[in-house]
Design a protein around this ligand. Structure first.
Ligand SMILES: NC(=O)c1ccc[n+]([C@@H]2O[C@H](COP(=O)([O-])OP(=O)(O)OC[C@H]3O[C@@H](n4cnc5c(N)ncnc54)[C@H](O)[C@@H]3O)[C@@H](O)[C@H]2O)c1
Ligand SMILES: O=C(O)[C@H](O)CO
Length: 326
């Protein structure tokens, strides 16, 4: 019997080379890995044309309805990560294509990065490194966080893990989310408040919502002005949750003490992004889950999702309401 074809059209060598899990996938599928980003849309479509399964590593491919119209063989998109905002979910459902992601497993890895960004921003570590490199003995004033309040927006898996870390660190925690659950708040020792209260009273605001119609642009100029003067914003969620120009303005005016950002409006580069010229930021290139442990967990999760799908028992399906017709 012909093996199902799994195409990895992107450029993730650690995922492929470093993982025994992907070799397990080779036991039951014909895996086609390219190792670089396609240089054009037509090259990407050429790579994807034979695919039964698209393994979308780190959102390498923006899967629009137009792309899906040209992939009649495709039956599954296995997102090798959590966020699936690079995929037109409605179009995938209309084509009967199952989309799966890997919820939960890397929450500690990503929250550790958000926590690290928060500390690095509060202690101006990137700026001080630059100053020392330039021969300058810095007299910058940093900011203490123990005893201060953090407002966590989005209490999904990563938000809760961030809460656990900040709580152990000695911060006071408030949160806002779409579907608040008082039992969870009691268990993790935080309080749900309104978004207005969270923004206007928190010393640090950390974003952990997924990108959706409801969260796109939720932190605009108005919300940034609502934030406490001298507060810090951390964004490891998605760039489009925040108005980047308004954030750069709030940083340049010193309304905010600083920001830690892992996600950008255009990726993989951050060319032309106004945050690049702000002195009070710590920026990382979408690497919050990029540790050997993180990639290992993601690869294993992806292989398990693909195997389950091929065995006829799909799991971690994000468009569950429309089962595959293919
Ligand atoms: N920087 C990175 O490398 C990295 C890594 C993993 C995840 N992420 C981002 O973090 C996000 C959160 O991850 P998670 O594991 O905590 O996800 P999760 O599914 O556990 O939580 C999702 C969150 O999204 C919120 N949400 C947004 N829009 C919603 C809507 N319309 N309806 C209901 N809830 C909505 C929920 O309140 C919830 O807090 C991901 O979607 C992804 O964008 C980034
Ligand atoms: O959402 C995720 O898993 C990461 O941001 C990589 O896309």
């Amino acid at each position: 019997m012909k093996s199902p074809i799994v195409v990895i059209p992107g450029d993730d060598p650690p995922l492929v080379g470093g993982s025994q899990h992907l070799n397990q996938l080779r036991d039951f599928a014909d895996v086609r890995y390219y190792g670089d980003r396609p240089s054009s849309d037509s090259e990407m479509l050429e790579r994807l044309a034979p695919a039964d399964v698209l393994l979308n590593s780190r959102s390498a491919v923006k899967v629009s309805g137009d792309v899906l119209n040209q992939l009649p063989n495709l039956k599954m998109i296995a997102v090798c990560g959590i966020g699936y905002d690079s995929i037109d979910i409605d179009a995938a459902s209309n084509h009967g294509i199952i989309v799966s992601n890997i919820p939960g497993r890397t929450a500690t890895v990503v929250a550790e990065h958000a926590f690290g960004l928060m500390l690095a921003v509060s202690r101006r570590m990137a700026l001080m490194t630059e100053q020392l490199r330039a021969g300058q003995w810095s007299s910058e004033m940093a900011m203490s966080l123990i005893g201060k309040r953090i407002g966590v927006i989005g209490t999904g898996n990563i938000g809760l893990e961030m809460i656990r870390l900040c709580s152990a660190f000695g911060m006071e925690i408030v949160a806002w989310t779409f579907h608040p659950d008082e039992a969870t708040a009691a268990e993790f020792g935080f309080r749900y408040v309104s978004l207005d209260e969270l923004l206007s009273t928190s010393d640090v605001v950390s974003l952990h919502v997924r990108l959706s119609d409801e969260t796109r642009g939720m932190i605009g100029a108005l919300q940034l002005q609502q934030m406490k003067p001298g507060a810090i914003l951390i964004n490891t969620a998605r760039a489009a949750v925040v108005d980047t120009s308004a954030l750069a303005a709030a940083l340049n005016e010193d309304h905010l003490f600083g920001a830690g950002v892992d996600v950008y409006d255009a990726e993989p580069t951050a060319d032309g992004n106004p945050l690049l010229s702000c002195r009070n930021v710590v920026l990382t290139p979408h690497t919050a889950d990029r540790t050997p442990e993180g990639l290992d967990l993601l690869t294993l999760g992806c292989v398990e999702n693909i195997r389950a799908f091929l065995d006829g028992r799909p799991q971690n399906v994000v468009n569950a309401s429309r089962p595959s017709s293919k």
